[in-house]
Each structure stands twice: as C-alpha cells, then as structure tokens.
Design a protein around this ligand. Structure first.
Ligand SMILES: NC(=O)C1=CN([C@@H]2O[C@H](COP(=O)(O)OP(=O)(O)OC[C@H]3O[C@@H](n4cnc5c(N)ncnc54)[C@H](OP(=O)(O)O)[C@@H]3O)[C@@H](O)[C@H]2O)C=CC1
Ligand SMILES: CCCCCCCCCCCCCCCC(=O)[C@@H](N)CO
Length: 272
C-alpha cells in the first residue's frame, strides 16, 4: 500500500492533500507541531479513510533536524518506506524588512526552507536506494517574485525553488521524482491570519491573483504528483510569471512600483 508522508498535514493545503489521499485508501502520516490540531485532522480524515489505523500522526518541528528525522523514521517503521513526501509545513509573517526583526526572519527561513531540506533528507537516501519515490515541495507564487513586505518569506520560498531544481537534476538518475509547486493565495487558516498583517503595498501586488480554495490547490498538486510533473502552476497569471517573469521583470517592476507608490500615498523614496 502506498505510504504518503505530509509535513504540515494537520491544516490548510497539507490537510486538503491528506483528505484526497485518505479517500483513496492510502496510508498517511501527518506531521506538525500541535498534537491537538493533528488529532482533530486525524478524526476528520478517519471518516473518509477505509480504516482509522491508516492515518498516523506525529508531532515534530521541521526546523529541528533531529526531531523531524526521528518522526519520519517512526512513520516509515510503522507504515513502510515513504513512497510520496509532501512538504507543506510553513509559516508566513509579513512585515517591512526593518520592522521584521531577525528572529521572525530566521523563523521563516528555518521552517520553510531548512524544514523542507530536513524532511527531504530523512526520506531521500531510502528512496534513492529503492530507486523509486516522489517528493513534492510546496513553494509559493512568492517563490517566483519578490514582494513588498515579504523579504523573509520570499527568500525562504525562492530557496525551496532553487533546492527543488537542483535536487531534481540529481534525483532523476536514481528514479526519484522531485516536484515543486507555486500556489497563489489560498483560503487556509494561515491565510486568514496573514491578511491582518499584509501591508497595503503587498496587497497591490498580490491582489493581481485572487485566492483559491485549498481543495482546488490540493487537487492540482495531487494530479501533478501522479503525472510526475516538475513544476505546478495555478492559473494563467502565475504560469506566465513562472515561465516568462524573469524576461519581463523591468516591466513588472515598473508596473508594481507604480501601484505600490499609489498605495503609499505617492511617496516612493524616503524624504521626498
Ligand atoms: N495559504 C496560502 O495563501 C499559501 C500557502 N503556501 C504554503 O503552503 C504551505 C501550507 O500553508 P497553509 O496551508 O496556508 O498553512 P496552515 O497554517 O493552514 O498549515 C500549515 C501547517 O504546517 C504546520 N507547521 C507550521 N510550522 C511548522 C513547523 N515548524 N514544524 C512542523 N509543522 C509546522 C502547521 O501545524 P503546526 O502549526 O501545529 O505546526 C500546519 O499543519 C506553507 O508552506 C505555505 O507557505 C503557499 C502559497 C500560498
Ligand atoms: C507575465 C507575468 C504577470 C505577472 C503577475 C504577477 C502576479 C503576482 C502575484 C503573486 C502572488 C503570490 C501569492 C503568494 C501567497 C502566499 O504564499 C501567502 N499567502 C502565504 O500564506
């Protein structure tokens, strides 16, 4: 039976992905920090799964390599080797760079980027030895474009993007499929919290793409895993951004800088 491990599987996009696999009778391991929220997710999914025993929950902080490695190894000992790893654990804390502080900056890098690397490392050796396995990393539209107020988050998601690209080229020779996806704003508990802190200047940029339901994002991700697609885009705008963004950067910068200046009351440089 297929064993799917999902970091961040207790909420939002990760939970929506878990829900699709649960209804297919897959063995599922969900990893997150809060035991209470994990238990809620397990109960919710148990209604869909063939047997409650097919859903395992483990508490671990992905930013702590020892914790996440041990948790993943416990999941593999119980349910067999990992066939599919989805790394959805992530945090977002918007704020202008000078107000963000190094703790909040580092927390986003440690969770979103290092947390992804740690989870991948925990399954990677086994996958390459078996000559099979799939890894899907959740980056973001913010992993394709630098956005006002998102210096740490964008850095962490660009890092995931670069990691996925490089690892893909190493892994394919070992029969391991590495993928990365770039979701737009998605209706999840985290998104609701984030909106309260999103600067108006960021809304001017991010408002270009309207929010998606988590189920729709999860559906495209699972479909991409099945087809072994490397990059998954959501909607025409983010597809164009991913494929042609770097080529049209000067135009995008000009366009967004104008929109941002309008939101900031026309002041684009300090002191002017
Ligand atoms: N929603 C959106 O608009 C978008 C989200 N994304 C990305 O999708 C992913 C999921 O986000 P979303 O579903 O919105 O967020 P949620 O907050 O709804 O879910 C995040 C999940 O990650 C877990 N998590 C967070 N930090 C850690 C940690 N240090 N160790 C282990 N687990 C952790 C949470 O559980 P717990 O807190 O208990 O640990 C929870 O299960 C993130 O990587 C996010 O950046 C990308 C594009 C858009
Ligand atoms: C030819 C090119 C056209 C260019 C259009 C550019 C549009 C940019 C939209 C960027 C959206 C990023 C959403 C990230 C959401 C996210 O990760 C957070 N919500 C996390 O919680």
């Amino acid at each position: 039976m297929t064993h799917v491990i999902i970091t961040g599987g207790s909420s939002g996009i990760g939970l929506a992905i878990a829900s699709i696999y649960a209804s297919r009778g897959t063995r599922l391991s969900l990893i997150a920090r809060s035991a209470e929220i994990l238990k809620q997710a397990q109960d919710e999914l148990a209604a869909k799964a063939s047997t409650v025993g097919d859903i395992r929950i483990e508490t671990a902080d992905v930013a702590r390599e020892d914790e996440i490695t041990a948790a993943i190894h416990r999941c593999e000992a119980a349910f067999g080797p990992c066939d599919i790893l989805v790394t959805s654990a992530g945090v977002v804390e918007p704020g202008r760079f000078e107000e963000l502080g190094s703790t909040a900056f580092q927390r986003q890098m440690d969770t979103n980027f290092s947390g992804t690397v740690h989870a991948v490392r925990a399954v990677y050796a086994g996958m390459t030895q078996r000559g099979r396995g799939k890894i899907m990393m959740i980056s973001s539209g913010a992993g394709l474009l630098g956005i006002y107020g998102y210096s740490a988050y964008c850095a962490s998601k660009f890092a995931v993007h670069g990691f996925a690209q490089a690892l893909r080229s190493e892994a394919r020779g070992h029969g391991v499929n590495v993928s990365v996806c770039f979701p737009p704003d998605t209706e999840t508990p985290q998104f609701q919290r984030e909106l309260a802190f999103r600067p108006a200047e960021a809304a001017a940029v991010m408002g270009t793409v309207s929010p998606w339901p988590a189920e729709a994002v999860a559906g495209k991700i699972v479909d991409g895993i099945e087809r072994g697609r490397f990059e998954i885009y959501f909607g025409l705008t983010l597809f164009l951004l991913g494929r042609f963004g770097p080529a049209v950067r000067p135009v995008l910068d000009w366009w967004f800088d104008r929109a941002i200046a309008r939101r900031s009351g026309g002041v684009s440089k300090r002191g002017q």
